[in-house]
Design a binder for this molecule. Structure first.
Ligand code: BGC
Length: 761
């Protein structure tokens, strides 16, 4: 329906009807207006499956929802670095939503993994905004291809669960623009999500649900968002302020209480009714977009999706360590011990609003049986996951099994009680009973492999004692099949870490300021989140961002840039050849990072600006291509409230991980805009000297400044040449110093004249 028709409908609504439409009818529906034939619509979680609650609604995943397929969670899908794959998963979700008559799927969730402790990291994509943005854009494109909306969430800076409904995230503007906004920006600009979910928290003193800056100025005016903004469930504090800011739909229902506030505010002149109309238009626009394009052919084929979810999951499994132990030959006749409860009952999804009532669950043991690979497997449970206590009998049984086996594979990780929506972790450790189990098994078996199930990094005190580590993240309901495909080598692992695994929690840049004090959390690490910090500090990490091994090897050669000199208005193409130099087919994810060689502002060592997945037969070479533009080189300059590229040299680094750079090239970018520069009496000499125009007028100041002529010998005894010292000091001398240290010939009037010449451009 076009906007004009919608406006017409709105013009026939009473103020009460309009205010009513600005909040949900219940937990999951928008309101009907029977008098005008305005139908309701239903939304459901998201992000990695359909959580449609037909009966009793709740936002905590407590009550049952319909049976659906649980795909790998965001933590896992980001590791695929595969936008086509995520788009396909989105298509499956979109089709299911159509079949279930859902107008919006509540996802993707793109908050930045500022700390490994955030309880909801399992739903989020990455510590890197570029990767998170690309994944989100692909997911949205997939879901919306079925004419079902998405709700990208949680906008903005909901990066912790502690006090999530009251905490004020204090973040400087450059950090917001470079780290916390771009994933939303990329997704909104590229894939136009139908809705955006405003988060629970405040940013810089204002609830995001009341922030005109974020909901209107940036979201709509800068990025072109044309859907409706809904609140996270229960995120509304001041409903009238929300309408003013651009927060269209309050979820869930407030039982008319906040609707009445809107009516009252319009009646007493505090709120412009046009703003209410605008919110209603935004909501109706999406409701009709959905209703007028229903897709009757949509099916919710759960078996097909269950199979598909294994196919996705295997492309999300990261091979972290492999000292010649993997892949395993399950048919050699040698015993392989599968140890750990997660081999039988894997943890494959997180707790809370994303919790799916699964269609089926396939563990590694189930999959081994289905794939005919079970004959030589012996299973020992090893631990219980409902409490962190060693069960000595289970431990002894596991160690005995490992002793008699050629290889021990321990299925370990974080139980539900360790990470979930609603609370943050307090440490980065795995349960101590599991750590002990790993140590003891590794002590008796020199081919020990740990298969992890977790939504966020863990410390690995046993890393040097085991020969293999496989990261499955929370891989969805068919994770067992994916694990068996990888362990057996039927599938060659190719995923890469979308986050750094630090050695220990205290290494993390947010460590001193997470989760904050009371209702305030200061993002004092600024732009130095994840690898941006570890690289700048040259710190050792357990596994770097972008790391992931394969059963084959890849060589990188022949980097080429389409132009070595460009302006910030040009794009440049970078190509590199990737060759599979090993014996088996495999896929590699080539990563492109940009480094500003020299900069006046503080910048990370390197930043991810491109990635590409390439599948290669043994011996095969393919050329991978990346396109870079202004944003690839720019930082956010608060002086101009815009992105800015400093003229100069940049390095293009292409590698297999952020710490395994294989090819480098240099190019020069020239800025086409100039930063504003105004000389005042407080401007220091070195800044004036760097400005071509202003520096022409420095002679007059130099003349009046007798300190330019210091006799070198007077400086003896200071340990440095007095002239050098003077020169160094002069660099930082403000123009007005000519009064204090000059020869008395300068007047205020004369200095003002000089400054005005300097500023005349
Ligand atoms: C969560 C959202 C979710 C909503 C509805 C909230 O508690 O933060 O991510 O979509 O509930 O279940």
């Amino acid at each position: 329906m076009d906007r004009r028709k919608i406006k017409e409908i709105v013009s026939n609504m009473t103020l009460e009807e309009k205010a009513g439409l600005c909040s949900g009818a219940d937990f999951w529906h928008t309101k009907k207006v029977e008098r005008l034939d305005i139908p309701d619509s239903m939304v459901a979680d998201g992000p990695h499956g359909i959580r449609k609650q037909d009966l009793e609604g709740d936002h905590l995943g407590i009550n049952d929802s319909i049976v659906a397929v649980c795909f790998p969670a965001g933590c896992a899908t980001a590791a695929s670095f595969d936008t086509d794959l995520i788009e396909k998963m989105g298509e499956a979700l979109g089709e299911s939503a159509q079949a279930e008559n859902l107008s919006v799927v509540l996802g993707p969730a793109v908050n930045i993994k500022r700390s490994p402790l955030c309880g909801r990291n399992f739903e989020y994509y990455s510590e890197d905004p570029y990767l998170a943005g690309k994944m989100a854009a692909a997911y949205i494109k997939g879901v919306q291809s079925w004419n079902v909306g998405t709700s990208i969430k949680h906008y903005l800076a909901n990066d912790q669960e502690t006090r999530r409904m009251s905490v004020d995230a204090r973040i400087d503007e450059r950090t917001l623009r470079e780290i916390y906004l771009p994933a939303f920006e990329e997704a909104v600009r590229q894939s136009k999500p139908w809705t955006v979910m405003a988060s629970y928290n405040k940013v810089n003193g204002c609830y995001t649900t009341e922030s005109r800056k974020f909901l209107t100025d940036i979201l709509r005016d800068e990025w072109g968002f044309d859907g409706y903004v809904m609140s996270d469930w229960g995120a509304v504090s001041d409903r009238v302020a929300g309408i003013k800011a651009g927060m269209d739909l309050e979820m869930p229902s407030s039982h008319g209480i906040n609707d009445a506030e809107i009516v009252k505010a319009v009646q007493n002149g505090e709120l412009d009714e046009a703003l209410v109309d605008e919110a209603v238009c935004n909501i109706l626009n999406i409701i009709y977009r959905y209703l007028e394009n229903r897709k009757p052919e949509a099916k919710f084929d759960k078996q097909a999706q269950h199979d598909m979810s294994a196919d996705i999951a295997k492309q999300c499994i990261v091979l972290l360590k492999n000292e010649n132990v993997l892949p395993l030959d399950f048919e050699s006749g040698e015993k392989i011990a599968f140890i750990g409860k997660f081999a039988e009952k894997p943890r494959f999804q997180g707790g809370g609003s994303s919790h799916i009532n699964c269609f089926a669950k396939t563990s590694a043991l189930d999959a081994a049986k289905e794939m005919g690979l079970f004959a030589n497997i012996i299973y020992a449970k090893g631990y219980e996951d409902d409490k962190d206590e060693t069960d000595e009998a289970l431990l002894a049984e596991a160690v005995a099994a490992a002793k008699n086996a050629h290889t021990a594979v321990i299925f370990a990780g974080l139980p539900d009680t360790f990470e979930s929506e609603g609370f943050d972790r307090s440490h980065m450790r795995m349960p101590s009973c599991q750590n002990r189990l790993i140590e003891e098994v590794a002590a008796v078996c020199d081919r020990t492999i740990v298969v992890l199930h977790n939504g966020s990094p863990v410390e690995m005190p046993w890393i040097a004692k085991v020969q293999g580590v496989v990261e499955s993240y929370l891989g969805g309901e068919n994770v067992g099949t994916a694990q068996m495909e990888v362990l057996s080598g039927r599938f060659n692992p190719c995923a890469k870490l979308p986050e750094t695994f630090p050695l220990k929690l205290a290494d993390n840049p947010s460590y001193l300021n997470f989760p904050g004090e009371g209702d305030v959390v200061e993002y004092r690490e600024g732009i130095f989140v994840g690898y941006r910090y570890y690289d700048k500090k040259e710190m050792e990490v357990l596994f770097p961002f972008g790391h992931g091994l394969s059963y084959t090897e890849f060589a990188y050669d022949n980097i080429k840039v389409s132009s070595k000199e460009l302006t910030d208005k040009d794009t440049v193409t970078v190509t590199v050849d990737v060759t599979n130099t090993g014996k088996v087919a495999g896929s590699e994810i080539a990563q492109l990072y940009v480094r500003d060689v020299e900069s006046d502002v503080i910048r990370p060592e390197k930043e991810l600006k491109g990635f590409a997945k390439v599948t290669l037969a043994p011996g095969e070479t393919k050329t991978v291509s990346f396109t870079l533009d202004k944003r690839s080189f720019a930082y956010y300059e608060t002086k101009i409230d815009d992105w800015y590229v400093e003229s100069g040299e940049f390095e293009i680094l292409i590698g297999a991980s952020s710490r395994d750079i294989r090819q480098q090239a240099k190019l020069t970018v020239t800025a086409t805009t100039k930063l504003p520069f105004v000389v005042t009496q407080d401007t220091v000499m070195m800044d004036v000297l760097r400005d071509e125009h202003a520096s022409q007028f420095l002679d007059a100041i130099r003349e009046a400044n007798k300190l330019n002529e210091v006799n070198n010998t007077e400086g003896e005894g200071l340990g440095a040449s007095a002239n050098d010292m003077m020169e160094a000091m002069m660099k930082y001398a403000p123009m007005r110093n000519v009064f204090s240290f000059g020869n008395g010939s300068m007047t205020h009037e004369r200095l003002r004249e000089i400054l005005s010449q300097m500023n005349k451009r």
